[in-house]
Design a protein around this ligand. Structure first.
Ligand SMILES: *Cc1c(COP(=O)(O)O)cnc(C)c1O
Length: 228
């Protein structure tokens, strides 16, 4: 019941935030981040109508997805991805949010070609230039997009970022605005295999601000499933 009512509240908040800024609420997808949460909680969310789930750790995700079923949900990989795990990410996930090097993009492309898949990916930007976070630097991202756009088994469908945690979510707003600007700069390049449909930004504490700034994918864990 708790998961169901949490989901309802978040959906209402997303709708209100979108309408406040003149966005169509239906362009925003809520991703329920289920890392380190048991399968039965994911099942409860599925039963409550939730379709999209985010996982961070390949091994943990594979175990859950094998039992719940690959087709039981839309699976988003949102953790740091090592090239040697790309094969599994391609096999299990509909969208990989965290591509931040040409090398990783190349490996995902290679694995996708092997199984005849066009893998949808996002490029992750280290938007606040934090040394502890993954993601490409802003000044590298255009070059990565140009090179990754050449790979014919990838489809780049937008950008992802994870700003610092702030007590006041308003402080994250400048980073969300910046990600949107970068995506507009990339859109103008008209790169192959690329469109800037998605902005993956906003978590439990700041998703309403992210939606106001144009997020199309919000990644919410704690506010749905409780503290980890
Ligand atoms: C864990 C995680 C989230 C969800 O964070 P919450 O604060 O629990 O909503 C979102 N995005 C990424 C990349 C994460 O690792």
């Amino acid at each position: 019941m708790q998961i169901q009512s949490n989901l309802k509240k978040i959906r209402d908040d997303i709708r209100a935030a979108a309408q406040k800024s003149g966005w169509d609420p239906s362009r925003v997808t809520l991703i329920a981040v289920s890392k380190r949460k048991p399968r039965d909680m994911i099942q409860q969310a599925i039963d409550a109508g939730q379709r999209d789930f985010g996982e961070n750790y390949i091994q943990e995700a594979m175990e859950k997805i094998d039992i719940l079923g690959r087709k039981s949900a839309i699976w988003h990989f949102i953790g740091h991805l090592q090239s040697n795990k790309a094969k599994f990410a391609v096999k299990y996930f509909d969208l990989i949010h965290t591509v931040d090097t040409v090398k990783l993009a190349g490996e995902i492309n290679r694995q996708a070609r092997k199984i005849g898949k066009i893998q949808e990916i996002l490029l992750q930007v280290n938007i606040a230039r934090e040394t502890t976070k993954s993601g490409a630097e802003e000044n590298e991202i255009i070059d990565i997009a140009k090179q990754a756009g050449q790979f014919d088994h990838l489809h780049i469908s937008g950008l992802m970022c994870m700003p610092p945690f702030f007590d006041d979510p308003e402080d994250a707003r400048i980073y969300f605005k910046r990600l949107k600007q970068i995506s507009e700069n990339i859109e103008r390049l008209n790169l192959p295999h690329t469109d800037m449909t998605h902005l993956s930004m906003g978590m439990s504490n700041d998703f309403t601000v992210a939606v106001e700034e144009g997020a199309t994918l919000v990644r919410v864990g704690t506010a749905i499933f409780g503290a980890r």
